[in-house]
Ligand binder design. Sequence first.
Ligand SMILES: *Cc1c(COP(=O)(O)O)cnc(C)c1O
Length: 372
Amino acid sequence: MVRIPSFSLDRQIQQLHSELLDATDRVLRRSRFVLGEEVEAFEAEFAAYLGVGACVGVASGTSALELALRALGIGPGDEVIVPAFTAGFTALGVMAAGCTPVLVDVQETTGTLDPEAAAAAIGPRTAAIVAVHLYGRPADMGGLTRLASRRGLALVEDCAQAHGAEWQGCKVGTLGTVGCFSFYPTKNLGALGDAGAVVSSDALIVDKVRRLRHGGQQERYAHVEFGTNARLDELQAAYLRIKLKYLDRWNERRWQIALRYRQQLAGLSQLRFPEDPPGSKSVYHIMAVKVPGRDSLARDLAGMGIATDVHYPSALPDLPAFRGLPSLDVPKARLWASTQLSLPMFPELQDSEVDEVCQALVQVLQKGRWAR
Ligand SMILES: *Cc1c(COP(=O)(O)O)cnc(C)c1O
């Protein structure tokens, strides 16, 4: 029986129940459901939160990546560098734009895109680099912004796991050419269904994404280019406006939980925590550790009522959907895939639960069967 879930929304939804019902009621009374004042208000509020020129609400994080690339004029025939260790949806968004992802290794210490490996993968068709801020920790933006500007490439940030994370005092999503967010329910800022956003301070990109999400229409029935349907709806925007008010508090709590884990687990030499790049602030979307014997450890913890998860069990080149894509050697991505474990992490997790997870880890790793 699961006593401590690896992730749960129950507690948060209980706390917000009446606020969410009020927002639902507001939208129902207005009876406007797609692209209305809730979407506009959320876009303004999220852009202000990030400190970026504008935000365009879209249907998902995957469509955010697709539309961002299309707005940059990057498409069929173009290659886009994508880390070999990320959610499969990162590569799918790139492929939806008609581009070819080139899968590149990550750093052993951080699990994020290795700027040197990325440099080695640049060819005549390379048009963009996708930096994924994995687990809520900024990627190596020093190395990646230098590389992108030196080689004249667009730098697209996949911020699906990093709402509010900072690098050198700036929020992720504002560091590259364009930022892409997912508001899938389990993300640090999550809707009650699918939702996403593209953010940028480049007015041309913003205008183009606005058109593309809405059928390529300049105005109603004036399809000036080949767009799609990837709109954010009013209910999701209304829910996101409520949750945005809590985001900093929730991220702060995640940070406290991570600190508690790190302090109590510091003595376990088998565990490795991913390193934060200098001058960065993680929002701990996922409490990741690397540990040899990951699968048996996860089984032992499950036997003690503690659920864990794995993000992600495969490097992208090892998945059937991506096997045909160009890829360099990705030994570090494979090492992450075989040793990564996600400990319980969500803002409503209590200190006593964190302590219990830590005690179980100490018990299994120091004295348990695992040692033999
Ligand atoms: C969740 C996620 C996505 C996809 O977002 P959706 O809203 O589910 O389409 C893309 N990239 C990363 C890193 C993610 O975690």
